[in-house]
Design a protein around this ligand. Structure first.
Ligand code: AMP
Length: 302
């Protein structure tokens, strides 16, 4: 089973209480691919400017990520600058420069069209739709978004939601989208648009999976030191969808286990700045952390 991802590829400037990283590789499609490629083959669709050295993303090709859908355009790569204070759940965006995204026309290489799983990572919703249009009968589609697009292009975000099987969204963005302070009400409103599952990401408090007849909560792995939460959401989605792509079925138990795998991968991402920890991460390390998750949540007979 192959996974198609469209999303941003970026130069990020990140500041946390523990340090700063400037002009480092980031972007939603990059974090997602680094995580998902631990489980299944990934086809990437994104754009970088001529200022991005190919060496920066070479590790993805080494992991087997198909980069034929990565366009290189004259100009500057998408740039995001963000800051976190001691509450690492709160991302403060300082700058978003679309640069080469402003004129991006995502054209899928012919080999990508029949990808089995599709992840529409955070990017302009119109671009998510343009990619969805070019896919042929995927088994499962999932989208992510963020406050910027919910505020500036809500209709398009909703149009994407109506067309996908699953939505992954931050807690505060779910509330903003649904106009409700209750996350449960927000998830129900998104489910009512058509998706079969909604994953609400709650940062250091974990993730909740909502379907019509299931509610499942996974705690975040208890780390004493979180250096940089950037990319936690995208690498969660990569671990989640990667696990599904290599599973035998998509039943309720498999979705629950996928949420644990996603949480395990994300817990590594935040232990270093940018994609550094994901570069060296192995499947065996993820498996070991999943076993720890199991021990953490085991309650025995009640
Ligand atoms: P997250 O997993 O939510 O922490 O995503 C972090 C990544 O999202 C960063 O590497 C940014 O480059 C990227 N990003 C930030 N803002 C946007 C945006 N408006 N559109 C697409 N990607 C973005």
């Amino acid at each position: 089973m192959t996974i198609l991802v469209v999303g941003s590829a970026a130069f990020d400037d990140i500041e946390t209480p523990f340090g700063r990283a400037e002009h480092v590789l980031g972007g939603s499609s990059i974090y997602f691919s680094a995580a998902a490629s631990l489980f299944a083959p990934v086809n990437l669709v994104s754009v970088v400017g001529t200022d991005m050295p190919p060496d920066a993303y070479g590790f993805l090709a080494q992991r087997g990520v198909d980069m034929r859908g990565l366009q290189v355009e004259p100009g500057a790569t998408f740039h995001w600058s963000g800051r976190y204070d001691y509450d690492l759940n709160q991302t403060i965006t300082l700058a978003t420069d679309l640069n080469v995204y402003a004129g991006f026309n995502p054209v899928l290489p012919a080999e990508y069209a029949e990808s089995d799983f599709v992840f529409l990572a955070n990017i302009q919703p119109e671009l998510q739709l343009a990619v969805l249009e070019q896919t042929v009968a995927p088994r499962l589609t999932m989208m992510d978004s963020m406050n910027l697009w919910i505020q500036t292009d809500r209709d398009a975000v909703e149009r994407v939601m109506r067309r996908v099987d699953m939505v992954s969204i931050n807690e505060s963005e779910a509330r903003m989208f649904a106009g409700s302070s209750s996350v449960i009400t927000a998830a129900r409103r998104i489910l009512a648009l058509g998706p079969k599952a909604v994953l609400v990401k709650k940062g250091e408090y974990g993730v909740v999976l909502f379907t019509a007849d299931d509610y499942f909560a996974v705690p975040a792995y208890p780390l004493e030191e979180v250096f940089d939460p950037t990319g936690a959401g995208d690498s969660f989605a990569g671990g989640f969808m990667g696990y599904l792509a290599q599973a035998e079925s998509l039943d309720a138990g498999t979705l629950r286990r996928a949420a644990v795998y996603g949480s395990a991968v994300a817990s590594f991402t935040v232990q270093a700045f940018g994609v550094e920890r994901l570069k060296s991460l192995t499947r065996a390390e993820v498996e070991e952390r999943c076993r720890e998750f199991r021990r953490l949540t085991e309650v025995g007979e009640i």
